[in-house]
Design a protein around this ligand. Structure first.
Ligand SMILES: [Zn+2]
Length: 59
């Protein structure tokens, strides 16, 4: 069982989800609540995930 992980560009907190779609909402939720000033739109979030997200095993 793996999950998708991305670290927040602002505070470095790791955000994880079962797939990229869920990760996208995690990222958007995190930025909306923690970094309102650095929030970005869905396209930018998607791009960031494509570039930086990685698989993490849940062993
Ligand atoms: Zn953050």
């Amino acid at each position: 069982m793996t999950k998708r992980v991305i670290e927040c560009n602002v505070c470095g907190e790791p955000l994880s989800a079962a797939n990229d779609g869920e990760l996208l909402s995690q990222v958007q939720r995190h930025y909306a609540s923690e970094h309102e000033e650095a929030a970005f739109d869905e396209d930018q979030a998607r791009e960031m995930i494509e570039r930086e997200a990685y698989d993490a095993g849940d062993a």
